[in-house]
Design a protein around this ligand. Sequence first.
Ligand SMILES: Cc1cc2nc3c(=O)[nH]c(=O)nc-3n(C[C@H](O)[C@H](O)[C@H](O)COP(=O)(O)OP(=O)(O)OC[C@H]3O[C@@H](n4cnc5c(N)ncnc54)[C@H](O)[C@@H]3O)c2cc1C
Length: 518
Amino acid sequence: MAARIQAPIVIVGAGIAGLSVALDLAPRPVVVLTPSPLGKGVATGWAQGGIAAAIGENDSPALHAEDTLKAAAGIGDPTIAERVAAAAPAAIERLIARGVAFDRKADGSLALGLEAAHCRNRIVHAGGDATGAVVMAALIERARGTPSISLVEGARAVALCTTDGRVTGVEIERDGRRSVLAAAAVVLATGGAGGLYANTTNPLGAVGAGIALAARAGAELRDMEFVQFHPTAIVAGRDPMPLASEAVRGEGAILINDRGERFMADVPGAELAPRDVVARDIAREIAAGRTVFLDARQALGAKFAARFPSVTALCREAGIDPSVDAIPVRPAAHYHMGGVAVDGRGRTTVAGLWACGEVSATGLHGANRLASNSLLEGIVYGRWIAEDLAGTPADTVAPRPAIATTAASDTANTLRELRQLMTNHVGVVRDNDGLRDAIAHLAYDAGDPRPAIADRALVGLAIAVSAHRRVESRGGHYRSDHPMALDTWAKPSRITLADLTGIAEIGGCVAPRRRATA
Ligand SMILES: Cc1cc2nc3c(=O)[nH]c(=O)nc-3n(C[C@H](O)[C@H](O)[C@H](O)COP(=O)(O)OP(=O)(O)OC[C@H]3O[C@@H](n4cnc5c(N)ncnc54)[C@H](O)[C@@H]3O)c2cc1C
């Protein structure tokens, strides 16, 4: 029998999900890996709106769960939505105890904001529109002051080591060198996948790394086709793209094209229609060769800078003055509802492996995420995963390296093409031909010897194949060739590496081939 060794729990990623698990596990020893300095490259730090929790007098977890399930468009998990909504008030209390200073009213009670598709004011926020930055600062300070947490900066997880089907360690890359870290258990908390797209609001390192790690270890993926596109990312020559939040439209700003036409005037809800509807209408204009602008000149004019100081600053950097200029915008990949399938304890389908935060698919968001539910999910599941891990042994079988080392080489061109392919064919509006084309190219790139290409292509392939299989439109997934939701498809989707390996014929898909480099 193989010798067993003492090992910590290894948490891959240091956003709200990773740090919540680490803090909730204390005093049990954990190692937290982050490729960047702590606080950098995390979507958590960029969150503006806040965190949803039913703590208002006229609110209840049942109403919060109801709104969550409505947004989820028929494939949210009612049990999970009810459990997460019920756990939300305590999660906010935990953050307060960890030093997060949420905004309060004059009477000292928490200030509760309202966001689209919430039937009550229930968005807890901090520093006005700086919730994520305030939360990250508090969690980092706590984590640094907790002796059981070892924070390893500059370390990227590149593979999971498995022995007899159980995860026993993580292979990491640090300062250009590979090493293996034994783990009593591994928690993936690597965030989203927006960086796979040419237009995104996510940190560029958010490329679904945890999804690729889990898939290669045999884990099941869920609801991969559901990507939420934010309609109004600012076209300011920046990558990733800054956001002009929904609040700008809430203040009366309208959407116009370069002919000066208000193209959403006749749509129910006009510019305040659901996020996916607005994103699609903007995408249609752009596909027709138009440029789209967010026009706040009449609604706000000279008041814009005082109401939206951060949007103003971002625009000014690009030479745009929102009080006198319309702001050029386009949709951008913003949130991934799909990910590594987990159960109500955060367990993946592979022994020894848990997933938390945006990398996971819990069933909470279904086909579409309700605003401000994602930070909440990270905190709530962080606690549930820590409780589940409390019973696991603190030793493991000594792990062996999982993958051969590949010499570093230039990947920039291929990655640029891959991101453009995702935006063009697996983006806001999809159809059979585009998806088949994308699948052919992604299947080829998934076999690339360079892990940076292969892993991204694998995640893109899982999204494209799931989108191709779902012959309907629902939530964040829209097919122009099948624009209606169908009852037969009102169920989550599942996919594994085995489904993707050697893909040559997917619903008549052409065999994998090299992408044209023109
Ligand atoms: C602009 C913007 C605004 C948003 N506003 C809100 C909001 O108001 N409310 C809300 O609820 N949600 C909001 N969201 C969504 C929310 O911020 C994210 O869903 C959430 O922060 C995800 O947390 P996480 O811990 O899962 O991932 P992240 O915070 O992104 O952290 C991921 C971590 O994993 C690390 N990592 C990645 N790959 C590897 C690897 N291979 N090895 C080791 N580490 C790795 C990253 O470096 C990082 O440390 C917003 C998102 C964006 C982009």
